[in-house]
Design a binder for this molecule. Structure first.
Ligand code: ADP
Length: 363
């Protein structure tokens, strides 16, 4: 007896505050018979999604993340990772309409806040029901699936994160991940203490997240995109903007072991008109990145202490193309915990919610 399988195409979608993540499973074990029976609409959708890496002006397929020979729902295929700004959701719905999606399926699995926000629009415009799942449940399920099935290493850490010359990315065996703290840095931040694949709680969060970085950075520098903000930050020096312990003490604050290089007051130098005049855009971008990152690191560390957890996994698209923040987090976790905690990272950083959602479709 064949297990129940939903009709193709198989999608999982995570509609976040900033980005919509779309995971598409492309079956590779299609028989000749199936090929003949494949309806035109499905062929069009498959061709459209797999032959391009850019969709319109803002959609992107992250080809480097693609996973081949993946088992799903009794099939073998390729998993594709696609993203576009959530502000383009209306255009996406138009596309679903134009490609006649509703002739294939009556519902799509969706998670993230947008699954609620856009539910009506999907129903009215394309006659599609959104089958909604909780984003944090999906995140954990998706993480576990991708880590288990990645033939390479999904998980890694940064060795000697504070030494630009010696610093390197090192694979980490994540087969027994629990307990761990998951710090999901999206537009905002959620922190989960996870004890098993099904037992977890959301222990904390902060509204100062990736959206805050991009919002403040846009205000301060006039940058237009996340990539531009990160590029600017990579050229800047935050110590022109922040007030350091040495700016106050003239050196270290020895009694409490605080080195002169420690930030005492983020953006603290900007109270001076003189310093404001000489602050460059890249310095401001760097300081914004460092401020947001260190704040998240510090909250994560407190949560880890409170929960008695040593492995802290940072995920979310804030870490996309953002080695500066990853290394800062790695160093901060190690340094302030006297080496007892470890900051871990995952290759498919922002896609676990969407992956978990696709898994829900298979249940
Ligand atoms: P959400 O589900 O809230 O959208 P994500 O995990 O997708 O969260 O992360 C969103 C954050 O990722 C943004 O706030 C921004 O800091 C960062 N980011 C990375 N790449 C992009 C991009 N291309 N466009 C917008 N934000 C991006």
């Amino acid at each position: 007896e064949l297990p129940f399988k939903p009709p193709m195409p198989w999608f999982g979608m995570d509609i976040g505050g900033s980005l919509t993540k779309l995971i598409y499973f492309e079956p590779k074990d299609i028989t000749d018979e199936e090929k003949e029976q494949e309806v035109e609409t499905l062929r069009v959708i498959r061709k459209y999604l797999t032959s391009n890496t850019a969709y319109g002006k803002t959609g992107v397929r992250d080809e480097q993340l693609e996973m081949c020979d993946m088992p799903l729902g009794g099939r073998i295929g390729t998993i594709h990772f696609i993203r576009f700004p959530s502000s383009e959701m209306t255009a996406f719905i138009e596309l679903a309409k134009a490609k006649n999606f509703s002739s294939l399926a009556k519902s799509i699995c969706a998670t993230g806040g947008g699954a609620y926000k856009f539910e009506d629009e999907f129903k009215k415009q394309v006659h599609l029901r959104l089958h909604k799942f909780d984003e944090l449940d999906c995140l954990i399920q998706g993480m576990q699936y991708i880590d288990r099935h990645n033939p390479g290493f999904e998980c890694y850490y940064w060795k000697q994160p504070n030494e630009p010359e010696q610093c390197e990315k090192v694979p980490f065996d994540f087969r027994n991940p629990y307990p761990c703290l998951i710090v999901n840095i999206g537009s905002g931040v959620s922190i989960l203490a996870v004890y098993s694949a099904t037992k977890y709680s959301r222990v904390s969060g902060t509204s100062l997240g990736g959206g805050t970085f991009l919002g403040l950075c846009s205000l301060l520098t006039g940058c237009e995109t996340f990539e531009e903000a990160i590029e600017l930050a990579s050229l800047g020096d935050s110590t022109n903007i922040d007030k350091l312990v040495r700016d106050i003490y003239g050196g270290d604050y020895g009694r409490f072991n605080l080195s002169g290089d420690t930030v005492a007051s983020s953006f603290g130098n900007m109270i001076s008109q003189e310093r404001r005049k000489t602050a460059s855009k890249s310095d401001l971008a760097r300081a914004t990145l460092v401020t947001i990152t260190n704040n998240i690191g510090s909250i994560a560390r407190m949560c880890a202490i409170q929960q008695g957890i040593q492995n802290v996994v940072f995920v979310g698209n804030f870490l996309r193309v953002n080695t500066i923040s990853m290394k800062l987090l790695a160093h901060a976790m190690d340094f302030w915990s006297q080496g007892t905690m470890k900051a871990l990272f995952l290759e498919h950083e922002g896609y676990f919610g969407a992956m978990g959602c696709l898994l829900e479709l298979m249940r």
